[in-house]
Design a protein around this ligand. Structure first.
Ligand SMILES: [Zn+2]
Length: 515
């Protein structure tokens, strides 16, 4: 007796359809699973046997062969328990024929406990998307996964508590329909909650007006930014508040981000609506930063997708680790190869780095004197600068606060107010790049950059002077023009002016940029 049903495997954040085939024949009783399964899938034999018995069915005392195809993709985890159990029950004719007709046109995923209860699995959003593409009638899953799967709308997802629940639902489609109706109500209630509470606000940052302005420009054009200053001047505070001035994630972006986060253990099962802020320590391993493992999992750079990756104490990060960021920064995704398969994780993030100006931390400080020698300072900066620094458009100093600012400084602007300007700027860019591969000024190609430098306004002349005076490289110049464009956008100016270019120059030259 043969039976086949549909399930899914995950490759990075993409799901592909896997068919679970069962063949039951007479012979010495045995239970084999083939098709490149990992250890957890093989252990599923014990769970399936117990779950079938404890759900009131009979486990066939025959030769049972399960094949998971295509065979060249590694199947991992206990997610095939449910499809295997249902396929065995169908092949051994323990399900009524009406239910079998439904099952043939459905997909299944779920881990079984020994008593037949269903346990949630990871990566359900990608699977639900694929289920929608393959046009299956229903996608059966553990009830705890249902809410995540419903993030992908217009699907017919059916959540069950246990194996019996799945069989009953297939036999009586009315149960599924009533559930689908409930889900619709659930979504209606959720959409009303629009305002996100980050528990942080820019008004809490005292002084540092220049740094705040630079961060606003960075957020407006999604430019990478570096902050240099002595310890305790608020660099981390500013970085943490950056996500509060960025526009909310769109629904599509939310799903994109949730798809990555639902592959991790920390995921709480809810749609992610806040922009991620990731702050890895400098002792982080390579696999944790960029992603990896035997079956690759997303690293910090992918978990920061559509948000901010903040590297504090930047000079403490091993140089090799920083080098690894180069390609992902350029491509906005990272590909990890394992067993002839390519796992591609998106990683479009805003890089924010903070560093001390020297080893002791007080070079250039107004209050304390630096203990480092000139050679030490130069060595320190050599260790930091390199190919990655080229990709940082904005570099600013965050100096110690004036004494008067520490006690009482005038009320600063709230995040909500700054965010409004950033949102306007993003809208301008969305219009500008609507037919282009890029989304933000920071990603603009050379054609755009050239079109912004018009000879009539004198911008070109000024730019040439700057190149000569500061010995700017080609990449530095394009960075400079991109920031200039963002500053002009913040003022809603169609053409860039010399005043914009002069402000932009502040973020490329000065003490820090000399290194
Ligand atoms: Zn020093």
């Amino acid at each position: 007796m043969f039976f086949k049903l549909s399930s899914f495997a995950l490759i990075a954040v993409e799901a592909i359809e896997v068919s679970v085939e069962v063949h039951i024949c007479s012979g010495l009783p045995s239970f084999t699973i083939v098709g490149l399964p990992d250890k957890a899938v093989n252990e599923s034999r014990q769970r399936v046997r117990a779950a079938i018995k404890n759900s009131g069915f009979k486990f066939p005392v025959k030769k049972i062969i399960i094949n998971l195809s295509p065979a060249d993709i590694r199947k991992e985890g206990a997610i095939y328990d449910l499809p295997i159990a249902v396929a065995i029950l169908a092949a051994s004719q323990q399900i009524e024929s009406k239910a079998i007709e439904v099952i043939k046109n459905c997909s299944f995923i779920g881990e079984l406990s020994l008593d037949g209860q269903l346990r949630p699995v990871r990566g359900i959003i990608s699977m639900a998307e694929e289920a929608m593409k393959t046009k299956k009638k229903y996608f059966f899953m553990p009830i705890e996964n249902l809410k995540q799967a419903e993030m992908v709308k217009k699907t017919a997802n059916a959540g069950a508590f246990n194996l019996n629940g799945v069989i009953n639902m297939a036999a009586n489609e009315k149960i599924i329909c009533s559930q689908l109706h409930n889900i619709e109500l659930l979504h209606k209630g959720e959409d009303k909650k629009n305002e996100l509470d980050y528990c942080l606000d820019f008004s809490e940052v005292k002084g540092q007006l220049k740094a705040k302005r630079a961060v606003e420009i960075a957020a407006a054009g999604m430019h990478h930014i570096m902050m240099v200053g002595p310890p305790g001047t608020g660099k981390s505070m500013i970085a943490q508040r950056l996500i509060t001035i960025l526009p909310n994630l769109t629904t599509g972006e939310s799903i994109e981000v949730t798809k990555i986060h639902c592959l991790t253990k920390e995921f709480d099962g809810l749609l992610i609506k806040k922009r991620p802020f990731r702050n890895p320590h400098h002792t982080i391993s390579r696999a944790s930063l960029t992603g990896g493992g035997i079956s690759p999992k997303p690293g910090e750079i992918s978990l920061a997708h559509r948000g901010v990756l903040f590297l504090d104490e930047f000079n403490q990060f091993p140089k090799k680790l920083i080098e690894d960021l180069r390609q992902p920064l350029e491509n906005k995704n990272i590909t990890i190869s394992r067993n002839n398969l390519h796992y591609k994780f998106p990683c479009s993030f805003m890089l924010v780095i903070a560093a001390n100006p020297c080893n002791c931390g007080y070079y250039g400080d107004k209050k304390r004197s630096c203990r480092c020698s000139a050679a030490e300072i130069s060595r320190y900066w050599n260790s930091i600068s390199g190919p990655i620094m080229d990709r940082i458009d904005i570099r600013i100093e965050v100096p110690s606060l004036d004494n008067k600012d520490i006690i009482a400084s005038p009320e600063s602007e709230s995040s909500a107010k700054i965010r409004q300007r950033v949102i306007n700027c993003h809208k301008i860019q969305a219009e500008r790049y609507k037919n282009s591969y890029c989304k933000y000024n920071s990603e603009a190609g050379i054609n755009y950059i050239n079109s912004w430098i018009s000879p009539e306004t004198g911008i070109k002349k000024l730019l040439l002077k700057m190149i000569e005076k500061y010995n700017l490289s080609g990449r530095a110049v394009s960075g400079l023009v991109k920031i200039t464009r963002t500053i002009a956008d913040l003022e809603n100016c169609r053409n860039i002016k010399t005043s914009h270019l002069l402000e932009a120059l502040n973020y490329r030259t000065g003490q820090i940029a000399l290194y």
